[in-house]
Design a protein around this ligand. Structure first.
Ligand SMILES: [Zn+2]
Ligand SMILES: [Zn+2]
Length: 214
């Protein structure tokens, strides 16, 4: 599976294009601030047909351009069932506080733990990782892990927002420590440093147990 990280915006939020090189089927992960012409450029260059838009969770900085991208490519919008409400609730998705301009759109498919998203003969697995939000997910295969706001370089997502839960985040950390492949490249929802999961297991204080989610 191939991926491109889009040039990121005001809060170093990351959007990605993923695709199957043989079938040209692709998905867009977290269309936050990325403009349509940025996506267009890469989609044309690589001959990609967007089938899915996938939100790692429902916060405004990850869903802001859902509607624009969905209308442009006619793709299905996917989010974990526990975050579906975020798409239409400005207090939950935080746009009420940060950005009153965002346009709501509902999901086409609600995801559950262990679901698989197919792009041709390749798959991304859905791991439900509640804590930062109730319906946060990590999308992963053997070589890539899109961790949203659950796992960052050297940190984990904050748990002081509406519907966040520190105790559940502790369980989520144990869960992804067991399930994520050591060789997977960690591609978080914010920040520009890339690392393998094996490196995070050694240097991330929230994974080594030196720090607790807050
Ligand atoms: Zn978030
Ligand atoms: Zn975020």
């Amino acid at each position: 599976m191939k991926y491109i990280k889009l040039k990121n915006g005001p809060i170093e939020e990351n959007s990605f294009i993923v695709w199957n090189e043989k079938s040209h089927e692709g998905g867009i992960i977290d269309p936050g601030f990325t403009e349509l012409n940025e996506y267009d450029k890469y989609l044309k260059e690589n001959n990609i047909i967007i089938k899915y838009i996938i939100n790692t969770h429902g916060h405004w900085d990850h869903i802001k351009n859902n509607k624009i991208v969905k209308n442009a490519y006619g793709a299905k919008l996917l989010i974990h069932e526990a975050d579906a409400e975020y798409l239409i609730n400005p207090q939950l998705n935080l746009s009420y506080y940060y950005d009153k301009e965002i346009e709501n759109t509902t999901a086409d498919v609600l995801l559950k733990d262990n679901d698989e998203i197919s792009l041709g003969d390749e798959k991304l697995k859905v791991m439900h990782t509640p804590g930062h939000t109730l319906g946060s997910i990590i999308l992963y295969n053997d070589s890539l892990a899109f961790t949203g706001d659950t796992l960052f370089f050297g940190s984990v997502g904050r748990c002081d927002l509406p519907n966040s839960d520190k105790e559940i985040m502790v369980q989520t950390i144990e869960k992804f420590k067991k399930l994520l492949p050591k060789d997977a490249l960690i591609l978080p929802g914010h920040g520009n440093i890339e690392s393998k999961f094996s490196e995070q297991l050694e240097i991330n204080p929230f994974l080594t147990g030196k720090m607790k989610p807050k």
